[in-house]
Design a protein around this ligand. Structure first.
Ligand code: PMP
Length: 462
């Protein structure tokens, strides 16, 4: 093991990793440099990163222009904050550019440094909004199974993945979940989009009524669910959800941490999925991961309350981070958005997304353990399941079908992702990905899945 690998093994506490396994075996891969869609490790081996890091490196790696923007800003003004009405120029310019791209009805951005802190801010905004309005009971937040909203004390609970709750005493008591619109696991046989959407909206309404509408403050959802397995809502889903929320005065938060800034082939994911949110969270694609930066976009309805006379009783808005509106991060975001605009990368995400989705449908058509290939824009997934006479069945988590496919693909030099106990393998490459790179990613994962399918058959596990 190389010196730095050994340092990593001994001293780094890794996120979403098995503590004991890592301490014994060390890193799967140690990235050293990257260019375009390709990572080079400490042994000089190259990997095609079909996940854009963690769904974030939208403009690809190695952009001099963003590196220069970071360096220039660090030299000019390395840091200043936004507390007590202090301001910096890059943050002001960035806020205007974000609002310019956002759906109508948004006029303010609150900056943070991660998707988790953005969604934490959202929860506090919902509480503050309802306190100012004299509705102190209206605090519960409803999220969806398989949604991913972060890992903080609040957002780890909003995230609808049981593996993130067990061990941490989450979710907090004011959090509830409803079903995700999953074609394989929650859509009933023969149900069309309208009936599926209506049933899920009814489930939400039943929950709100059971809890008491006076206790429910907000519903949070990703336009297309990412980490939970690229779950695309059926036509009419968000309009049906919105009707229910409006009936009970419940806010809608769009978690656009992945979808925002082009991943669905549109600047924002909410309009592209029929979602009309009151609040929007962004992160990842705003800087393409070159710097940590997130934003909470506040819609006019909420802003009027926050900035109105009723809020005066609380004095200053008592929330913010040391790194809120960090000028160096904002400079990275501005250079990133320049690239996205000048190179027409949002349209390219749509074009390459269509290519990816077609390629997946074609390549995985003949594999018996594929329940579905799906996607929207430049995010896609293949759902693996056991075929039975009664329909699709989940593989036992212990069979780790998804993770085995991901590992085999990595050994062949392609990076994709699956949840530790999930069998949806996801693709989310940089927007600059080429058709040849997509073909390579798809054929490598197809080969890995074929080998795992053969192994399952050999073990009589199919
Ligand atoms: N929301 C969504 C939709 C995400 O995908 C993520 C991260 N994958 C988060 C929130 C949390 O972001 P972070 O890891 O930056 O806290």
């Amino acid at each position: 093991m190389s010196g730095t690998r050994d340092l990593d093994r001994r001293y780094v506490f890794h996120p979403f990793s098995m503590a004991q396994t890592h301490e014994q075996g060390g890193a799967q891969m140690m990235a050293r440099s990257a260019e375009g869609c390709w990572i080079t490790d400490d042994d000089g081996r190259r990997y095609l990163d079909a996940m854009a890091g963690l769904w974030c490196v939208n403009v690809g790696y190695g952009r001099e222009r963003i590196a220069d923007a970071l360096a220039d800003q660090a030299r000019q003004l390395s840091y200043f904050h936004g507390f007590s009405s202090m301001a910096t120029e890059p943050a002001a310019i960035l806020a205007q550019r974000v609002i310019d791209k956002a759906p109508d009805g948004f006029s303010k951005v609150f900056f943070g440094a991660s998707g988790s802190d953005a969604n934490d801010t959202q929860a506090k905004l919902v509480w503050y909004y309802n306190n100012v309005r004299g509705k102190p009971e209206k605090k519960k937040i409803i999220a969806r199974d398989r949604g991913y909203h972060g890992v903080s004390v609040m957002t780890g609970g909003l995230t609808g993945l049981p593996g993130l709750h067990a061990g941490f005493d989450l979710p907090l008591p004011m959090i509830r979940h409803v079903s995700a619109p999953h074609n394989i696991w929650t859509r009933h046989a023969g149900e069309d989009d309208a009936a599926f959407s209506a049933r899920l909206a009814q489930e939400l309404e039943d929950l709100i009524l059971a809890e008491g509408p006076e206790t429910v403050g907000a519903f949070i959802a990703e336009p297309v669910m990412g980490a939970g397995g690229v779950i695309v809502p059926p036509e009419g889903y968000f309009p049906a959800i919105r009707q229910v929320l409006d009936r009970y005065d419940v806010l809608l938060i769009a978690d656009e941490v992945i979808c925002g800034f082009g991943r669905l082939g549109h600047w924002f994911g909410s309009p592209a999925t029929g979602m009309t949110p009151d609040l929007i969270s962004v992160a990842k694609g705003i800087t393409s991961g070159y710097a940590p930066l997130s934003g909470v976009l506040v819609g006019d309805k909420v802003w009027q309350v926050i900035s109105g006379a009723g809020a005066a009783k609380y004095g200053v808005f008592g929330h913010g981070y040391t790194y809120t509106a960090h000028p160096v991060m904002a400079a990275a975001a501005l250079a990133n958005l320049d690239i996205v605009e000048e190179e027409g990368l949002v349209a390219r995400a749509a074009e390459m997304g269509a290519y990816l989705n077609t390629a997946l449908a074609r390549a995985f058509d003949d594999l018996p353990i594929v329940a579905e290939t799906r996607g929207k824009g430049l995010m896609a997934a293949v759902e693996f399941a056991r075929p039975t006479a009664e329909g699709w069945q989940r593989f036992d988590a212990a069979q780790t079908v998804g993770p085995r496919i991901v590992r085999a693909a990595l050994e062949d030099g392609v990076i994709v992702r699956a949840l530790p106990n999930g069998d949806a393998v996801s693709f989310s490459p940089p927007f600059t990905v080429t058709p040849e790179e997509i073909d390579l990613a798809v054929s490598t994962v197809r080969k890995a899945a074929g080998a795992v399918c053969d192994a399952l058959r050999a073990d009589d596990a199919l």
